[in-house]
Write a protein that binds this ligand. Structure first.
Ligand SMILES: [Zn+2]
Length: 75
């Protein structure tokens, strides 16, 4: 009888753990992690080349691939 009680407690604990998780992996559900995009690409406002947003230089009229294009576009 004691073993049955422990088994029920463990099963309830596992059930609570599974239901409390915000996003359990399901094959029929589209996860954002399925198509990871580590870098957001932006287009240079001067030469239109695509660069990672972390490398982009923010200007008043847009983002640029280099400081030179920032100065040439916004001087
Ligand atoms: Zn550029």
């Amino acid at each position: 009888m004691k073993f049955l009680l422990i088994l029920v407690v463990v099963l309830v604990g596992v059930w609570l753990w599974r239901t409390s998780r915000p996003s359990s992996p399901k094959p029929d559900r589209q996860q954002p992690q399925a198509a990871p995009q580590p870098l957001e690409m932006v287009s240079c406002a001067f030469c239109s080349v695509h660069i990672p947003s972390v490398d982009a230089i923010q200007g008043k009229q847009g983002v640029y691939c280099s400081a030179e294009h920032l100065h040439r576009a916004e001087r």
